[in-house]
Design a protein around this ligand. Sequence first.
Ligand code: SF4
Length: 353
Amino acid sequence: MVNNMYDIKTLENLNENELKDFFESIGEKQFRAKQYFQSIHKNKILNVNDMTNFSMDLRDKLDAYNRIKNCSIATRIDSKLDNTKKYLIEMEDGNIVETVFMEYKTHTTICLSTQVGCRMGCKFCASTKKSFVRNLEPYEMCAQIYLVEKDLNTRISNIVLMGIGEPLDNYDNVVRFINLITDKNGQDMSIRNITLSTCGIVDKIKKLADDNIGINITISLHNPFDNERNLLMPIGNKYSIDEILKACDYYFQKTKRRIGFEYTVIENVNDSKEYMDRLVKLLKDRNCLLNLITLNPIDEFNQKSPSKGKMMSFMKYMNDNNVNTTIRRKQGVDIDGACGQLRINNMFDRGVR
Ligand code: SF4
């Protein structure tokens, strides 16, 4: 039976088995399900009328049940420094989300949004400015990839769920998206190439482990002391760092996937030896990777970025103390294209909405 949440008005959200039920229910052969699924998720045909492997009659019939939601590229901003491109993708209802494409020597990565707005309230993030509007549907996450691939005539190899929204606050839709995008008859994305970034919703991290999804997760840490982190990230009032780390241990036990931690280094705020020692204490016995991010100074968050030397010595100190640590390479700095949960100058600031 078709899942109640994703009824026949949203066929683009259904997996192949659910589509089989649907086609049977309208008196069509089940093999149509695979054709329909492949048309959307492999061939990226985003309009039923363009599915020429279906007769006109069947296209009309399908159109009567479900017109595939119209998602489109509203704006593309190209970095002048590298091949990073930032897209504003418009959903059928006029809501706009941000999607960033990054190109590396060996792979391409897309940073996707999972919600319109966000209810987590992190002080450094513009996604909170207009508060939460709505969750994105699975297909609206797929469409961000399909539109960018078509626009650039390229194949995206890696996905990071680090755009607008807290992915674990839209759990069911995000998991369904992951199942759709990794389906062998569709995009066939490797589960190992998908990374979800979260501010630390402990019960959902555990659920993700129990549901055996197998993606990589990374935690936005930014401060190793609860009382200070809570001021930046209100979710900390609900889940302490200790609880988050225990949930990460559980995730690692279940999935054997190494956990990432993101730490934005802010000069004279969280970069002293006291903070480094606390991080060492928290992370040194864990199979994890600490990703240091250099703060980009921004008006709304009036803090300074550390020098390159400071970043290097921070990294060295952590590695010398058995915490695997890297510094995140900056991409698309001129278009605020850097992924991670520290974005401030997004579409809301540009008055797009
Ligand atoms: S950083 Fe992430 S979780 Fe926090 S408000 Fe922004 S989008 Fe939401």
